[in-house]
Ligand binder design. Structure first.
Ligand code: NAD
Length: 373
């Protein structure tokens, strides 16, 4: 049975395992060791499986085009300074899927030792969906509170402004729940993550109204305000457009984005989004709390479970609606997409195939990997 099916709307649905193999083969052909390529592909797929196509394999072409400038195969994290509960670490622009895992492991290990740990990460490649790292901490019964910025990625206008001053600076908080999937609150502080605009640009889901602002101060959902007009076959660059993303939630979201820039960019000494020029990187300030250290009487698990029940028992706003806790939409998407495959817009799929050809994978090899006849 073929692992790729075309849809009526001109898109495709690809079986997750086949897509993960193809993306791994692309990164291997582009210069990664086999295990590194496997890990990069695996964590990129986590974006798709959790429903965040913006932070999944849609970025394959972009990551490959960044090799040697913004990201370097074979690079690993090094510890700049270790002060017991605090570690300052440098990712040397290794793949974020490698550096993110290494930084999170340091945070978990330190939290297990000290009850609490803070990891200040400088200079990582793009770390994808930050919730991936919160889930990794939760699997070790550790709470994760992460603030991330993207140095040199000026995309978001501050509240009451129209010029770009911030990155999409995500905030992510994860809490383990015994016997249940963790609570994972994870979002860009922009009205939408940049990758969601990329999905729209490539023929996917339209953006909500008013998430962008033009140089004339008019609000819009046209992704070309971010990318400009993209020539066929070119890699879309969000720095090329004349407009900006808006921050989420007016002054409150803009303020949250601003302090996220300060924590991830200034406190880590890695650098805030701008002013340009400055080298590209994801930077993160992450706090790790070992639940065991806060839970002497064992009340945490019972309280979090009963509060989840109370929270989700609120009468739905709409007939047939459901109140979910953060992390549930991702859990449901994972179940559905593992079973039925990952839907992709035609443009996004073509971009992956074009990248595969660019790094030297022949059509026969691609067919072999995908198991297509
Ligand atoms: P989003 O707007 O889809 O919000 C996601 C969050 O809201 C999740 O915690 C989800 O569980 C929760 N949620 C969604 N629907 C819900 C519902 N009905 N009920 C309860 N909770 C609900 O996220 P986004 O802003 O588009 O961000 C997408 C991803 O982009 C995130 O994973 C983020 O980490 C990532 N990101 C990464 C970078 C980077 O530089 N690496 C930059 C920006 C964003």
């Amino acid at each position: 049975m073929s692992s790729v099916k075309t849809t009526e709307k001109g898109g495709v649905i690809v079986q997750a395992a086949a897509l993960e193999r193809l993306v791994a083969a692309i990164f291997q052909a582009a210069g990664c060791e086999a295990e590194e390529a496997r890990q990069v592909s695996h964590y990129m797929m986590d974006g798709n499986l959790t429903g965040h196509d913006s932070h999944g394999v849609i970025r394959t072409g972009r990551y490959v085009s960044w090799i040697g400038s913004r990201v370097f195969p074979g690079h690993h994290l090094s510890v700049v300074s270790d002060m017991g509960a605090i570690a300052i670490v440098d990712g040397h622009n290794g793949f974020g899927q490698i550096i993110g895992k290494e930084a999170t492991q340091i945070g978990i290990d330190k939290a297990k030792k000290n009850g609490v740990a803070v990891v200040a990460l400088r200079n990582s490649g793009h770390m994808g969906r930050i919730g991936t790292w919160a889930e990794m901490a939760a699997a070790s019964n550790v709470v994760f509170i992460g603030f991330v910025n993207v140095r040199s990625s000026l995309l978001v206008a501050p509240f009451a402004g129209i010029e770009r001053r911030m990155s999409t600076a995500p905030v992510c908080i994860g809490l383990p729940v015994e016997g249940r999937d963790p609570v994972i609150l994870d979002f860009a502080t922009a009205a939408v993550a940049e990758g969601k605009a990329l999905v729209t640009l490539q023929g996917g889901k339209p953006l909500p109204a008013d998430v962008l602002i033009g140089p004339d101060g008019k609000r819009s959902n046209d992704p070309t305000l971010l990318y400009g007009e993209v020539a066929p076959g070119a890699v879309a660059n969000p720095m090329d457009g004349p407009g900006a993303l808006r921050a989420l939630g007016d002054h409150k979201g803009s303020g949250l984005a601003f302090v996220t820039e300060l924590l991830a960019g200034a406190l880590t000494a890695a650098g805030c989004a701008g002013p340009l020029p400055r080298p590209y990187a994801n930077n993160m300030l992450a706090i790790f709390l070992d639940v065991a250290a806060f839970n002497a009487d064992g009340g945490f698990a019972a309280e979090i479970k009963s509060y989840i029940e109370f929270f989700t028992s609120s009468k739905p706003e709409k007939e047939g609606g459901q109140v979910l806790v953060p992390g549930d939409p991702e859990r449901l998407a994972r179940k559905e997409r593992l079973a039925n495959g990952v839907p992709m817009a035609g443009g996004a799929w073509e971009d992956i195939l074009r990248t595969a050809a660019k790094v030297g994978l022949t059509q026969t090899r691609i067919d072999q990997i995908l198991g297509t006849p």
